[in-house]
Design a protein around this ligand. Sequence first.
Ligand SMILES: NC(=O)c1ccc[n+]([C@@H]2O[C@H](COP(=O)([O-])OP(=O)(O)OC[C@H]3O[C@@H](n4cnc5c(N)ncnc54)[C@H](OP(=O)(O)O)[C@@H]3O)[C@@H](O)[C@H]2O)c1
Length: 266
Amino acid sequence: MSAARLPGAHRPVALVTGPTSGIGQAYALRLAALGYDLVLVARDQARLATLAHDVEVRFGARAQVLPADLALAADRDRVAARLGEGVQFLVNNAGFDLSGEFWTLAPDALQAQLDVNVTTVVQLTRAAVPSMVHAADGTVVNLASMAGLIPGRGSTYSASKAYVVSFSQGLAGGLAGTGVRVQALCPGFVRTEFHERAGIDMGSLPRPLWLTVDEVVAGSLADLEKNRVISVPGAQYKAIAAVAGLIPRSLVTRLNRGLFNARGRT
Ligand SMILES: NC(=O)c1ccc[n+]([C@@H]2O[C@H](COP(=O)([O-])OP(=O)(O)OC[C@H]3O[C@@H](n4cnc5c(N)ncnc54)[C@H](OP(=O)(O)O)[C@@H]3O)[C@@H](O)[C@H]2O)c1
């Protein structure tokens, strides 16, 4: 099995899901700047084409556009097939939250969230890792969240990110010594289209709690260098994660009922 370059190209290849905005776009641009060619996977074809053009002009990177709705099995299969040809870097970034109560949301919407946030991460990682192990080189970054480390605000979203954390940690253990790195990237609140798409009002969030997409990507890359499997970008969130790890789970549940508003988020 070879790690396939793009046709006629020699640079290593990174596949990024959800590069049409937010963290995925920043990660794709950074990887292009670092010398990768790109395979870009999302639904918005116009934005994919603009980004592909942008990285070619700015960084001389080749970019292959692979339009796909990752909630659909047939589309996931096409992306998995491309990964099976070999890439050196996979960023499982596409994901979304939903507003509204769990018991009022359409079952189809809940299933789509599970398929994009969890099934896609497992399927694409499974497709990408064999050629990485064969090459004794490769990196998988899975977008989790602080919500995956501290449960309770929202149900299915937090649970999906907890899956990604646990999956990445377990897989990293299994891959020890193979030369393949796996990371669960766990940002706090990041300024992207994420909350607007979900219909979540973030107007009252204190400014120091907002991260920029560039801070998140820089934190992820720095933690890869240090071989950290759980990456929490930003000093403020490192502190929150450390304290949260000391609080018993039963108390977290009570705090969520009392102190924080856990209603209206799924
Ligand atoms: N923003 C935050 O505060 C925050 C915090 C922690 C973790 N995260 C996680 O970070 C990741 C990126 O989020 P973001 O904040 O950058 O959000 P964003 O700006 O809304 O970007 C989401 C990306 O995912 C893609 N996507 C969504 N559904 C898709 C589908 N069905 N098929 C293919 N692509 C799909 C979107 O592309 P198309 O619309 O073009 O398909 C878009 O490129 C997510 O996994 C999110 O859970 C975000």
